[in-house]
Ligand binder design. Structure first.
Ligand code: 0X9
Ligand code: ZN
Length: 738
């Protein structure tokens, strides 16, 4: 029987090649020559293709960048099959010395036999699920694993694999999830908790016809075995699901590997999955296993828009990624399908999420191309192990009353004496929630928390204001949501764990009133104005140029050309080109600081008014200049401009700003002036005697000091650090009394 499982001998030894097309022409050349696209579309500018030797040579001659991943894929298929047959002939059921079922891939009959073994050996834990029947009449089988009785009102997690026939690592992965749950049910508290709180459904082979065909006929078969009636076979099941069916990344051509079928859910295999999920009604989370590429993917596949549940998916993806990494150190990249790999409409994940409310993910398991679909025997178990860890982490992340996350990130610094907004994403999972979540916050580390109701922003977002706090104080906070029978908190361990924000006040760290020259330069490459070059003077005013500088009590600023007293509007204005004023090096090291300057601009007089503009640019290297504002409105007055440093200087560090006044249009009268440039940085001195960090030194802090009275090494109340809390420290505290 095993001999019959061997695929036919290959006619030619194709290669698997990673192509990095330089342009559309390269891509067309490559696609025109492929026998089979292994990676379906471009990713990171690369695409993996099966190509004949002739095709490779012709692409190489055209200069298309290629890298051989598998030299002779047909030979590799044949040798893997031969090794497998030899091991089976030598071994017991499963065919592996040591009898490890995961020591190599298993065919459909073996997978089904393993399900039967589980059901027979663990009837209290494992029950059969028949989802439906494939086109060719094979059962689409699964199991339910839970320590609670069938029919119990529990959340369910669905792990399915092998929509794509050739992705042989994936049924093995789904099966190991089942095995580890069964093995852990007896004594592993983590597994016992999971099995008592939910049910786990495993469907190892969604596409039994295709899977069987890939074993007995064509190893690299992907689709199901639909006879399309035109000589071609197969529908890509992962393009056949009925959510935005027919969209980008699916094909209407029956010969295509991504053929979507004649209608949404035209295939019995996708129908069976859909009907099971809808009929069950309690499926909360899902992994649809594919290979290869080592990716953790979530909706959407049909559009580049992010789903409203992106915060949940991001956290889920991070948890799964960490779980995978912890087992064998493999890196799996997380992200939404469309932007992480490619558009793929009609996939299971989009329908499960959009059509059935399931937090559905796709994991593309090992490897990243060295063997691709042809996973070597030695990698089957490690691959399955790391993805079992991912499955458990998905279950645990979603087995909470409600999922809550910061959205966007909470501030860690807020302005002093000002209420700052915080918003969260919160979605019910295992309970019903009527009202909105509550923000619980306090100023300092010792006060009682105050409850602040949150307002609903829509799309599962809620917002509230943090209490205002004095400079030097910290604000501590968490969130709470009361459900019908359970309470959800963020952070989960609150109030033992809390979020915190410091307070900040801006104060000037650099001031340049222009009264003395702190190192400005006039002129830059390309400057060609014939008059009106920048000069630092006490200006002689006109209707276009200031008479007075901006600095209170000062006299001097930078202007474009000093006119004569009582001169006409156009006296010494910028003419026939550009003049540039470059600042000394400034400190842009703190992204939370602010750059501020006062500018004057006039271009609304003369024969051709309002036809020029002044550019304000910054540079960290003196070579590349980035525009921060283009001034074209003629205020004929001093106007303040300010910028968050983090928005204009990157990476943080020293920078220069330059002002480029330009007369590029004949008849346009241009005057500009600059004064009072400053940088303000955040600061709030924390008072060492303010033990509870509420911004005031008061009776609470005195109480703390008295509580630590006496010999007390390293105590906060030992303000002078002499190892004793005594009268000296008391005096220091009273000296700071608010
Ligand atoms: O293209 C696919 O169906 C998957 N990649 S594979 O190489 N295994 O064929 C990616 C599926 C992404 N998920 C959905 N679009 N639902
Ligand atoms: Zn796949």
């Amino acid at each position: 029987m095993f001999v019959a499982d061997l695929p036919p001998a290959p006619a030619v030894g194709d290669s698997i090649v990673r192509v990095t097309p330089r342009d559309l022409r390269d891509l067309r050349l490559a696609l025109a020559r492929t026998q089979d696209i292994w990676s379906h579309a471009m990713r990171n500018g690369e695409i993996d293709l099966r190509l004949s030797r002739d095709a490779i040579e012709s692409l190489a001659r055209s200069g298309v960048p290629i890298e051989i991943l598998i030299d002779d894929v047909d030979a590799m298929i044949a040798s893997q099959a031969a090794e497998r047959a030899a091991r089976r002939a030598a071994g017991a059921e499963g065919g592996i010395a040591g009898d490890d079922w995961w020591a190599d891939v298993k065919d459909l009959a073996q997978v089904h036999a393993k399900l039967d073994e589980w059901i027979a050996d663990h009837p209290e834990l494992v029950s059969p699920v028949l989802l439906g029947t494939s086109l060719e009449g094979r059962p689409i089988r699964g199991v339910r694993i839970s320590s609670q009785p069938v029919g119990a009102d529990l959340p369910a997690f669905l792990f399915n694999a092998c929509q794509h026939a050739r992705e042989w690592a994936t049924p093995m992965t789904a099966m190991l999830i089942g095995q580890e749950l069964i093995d852990g049910a007896g004594g592993d508290p983590r597994i016992q908790t999971i099995l008592s709180q939910c049910e786990v459904i495993i469907v190892p082979v969604v596409n039994p016809d295709g899977y069987h065909f890939s074993w007995v006929d064509t190893r690299l078969w992907r689709k199901n075995r639909r006879d399309n009636g035109d000589g071609t076979f197969g529908v890509d099941l992962n393009r056949n699901w009925g959510y935005e069916w027919g969209g980008q990344g699916s094909s209407g051509n029956p010969n295509s590997e991504t053929y979507r079928g004649t209608a949404p859910f035209s295939e019995p295999e996708t129908q069976a999955m859909r009907d099971f999920i809808l009929g069950h009604g309690r499926v909360v989370g899902n992994i649809d296993f594919h290979s290869y590429s080592q990716l953790i993917l979530w909706p959407w596949g049909w559009t580049q828009e992010l789903s409203i549940d992106q915060p949940l998916f991001v956290e889920l993806g991070a948890a799964m990624q960490a779980a995978i990494d912890s087992v064998h150190g493999r890196f799996y990249e997380p992200g939404p399908i469309y932007t992480t790999i490619y558009p793929a409409a009609g996939g299971s994940v989009d329908w499960c999420y959009g059509g059935a409310g399931v937090f559905a993910t796709t994991v593309e398991v090992r490897d990243t191309g060295a063997y691709g679909f042809l996973i070597p025997a030695a990698e089957v178990r490690p691959c399955a192990e790391e993805n079992t860890a991912a499955a458990l982490s998905l279950i645990e992340t979603l087995l909470v009353p409600a999922f809550m996350a910061a959205d966007p990130e909470f501030p860690t610094l807020v302005p002093a004496d000002t209420p700052a907004p915080v918003s969260i994403y919160a979605v019910p999972l295992a309970d019903a929630f009527d009202g909105t979540p509550t923000l619980r916050a306090r100023v300092g580390t010792s006060a009682d928390f105050e409850s602040i109701p949150m307002s609903a922003l829509g799309d599962d977002r809620y917002e509230a204001m943090l209490p205002s706090a004095p400079c030097g104080a910290v604000i501590e906070f968490y969130f709470e949501w009361n459900g019908d029978s359970l309470t959800a908190r963020l952070p989960g361990a609150a109030p033992a764990e809390l979020f915190g924000a410091g307070t900040t006040e801006l104060s000037q760290v650099h001031g340049d009133s222009m009264e003395t020259d702190l190192g400005w330069t006039v002129g830059a490459a390309g400057d060609n104005a014939t008059s009106g070059q920048w000069v630092r003077v006490d200006p002689n005013g006109t209707t276009a140029q200031p008479e007075d500088d901006h600095t209170p009590g000062g006299t001097i600023c930078w202007v474009t050309g000093q006119g004569v007293p009582g001169g006409a509007a156009g006296a010494a204005d910028v003419d026939n080109g550009i003049t540039t004023l470059v600042s000394p090096l400034l400190d842009g090291g703190d992204p939370n600081s602010v750059l501020r300057y006062w500018r004057w601009y006039s271009n609304n007089q003369g024969a051709a008014p309002n036809s020029d503009s002044m550019l304000v640019e910054v540079s960290t290297d003196g070579a590349t200049w980035t525009l921060i504002e283009e001034v074209s409105t003629s205020a004929n007055a001093w106007i303040e401009a300010s910028f968050a440093m983090g928005d204009i200087v990157s990476p943080p560090g020293p920078f220069r700003v330059r002002f480029v006044a330009r007369d590029l249009n004949a008849g346009s009268l241009v005057e500009a002036a600059i004064d009072d440039l400053s940088i303000e940085g955040p600061s709030c001195a924390v008072n060492a005697a303010d033990f509870n960090q509420d911004g005031v030194v008061d009776g609470d802090d005195l109480g703390t000091l008295l509580g630590q009275w006496g010999k007390c090494v390293g105590c906060p109340a030992d303000l002078n650090g002499d190892g004793v809390v005594d009268g000296d420290d008391l005096g220091a505290l009273l000296g700071e009394w608010s």
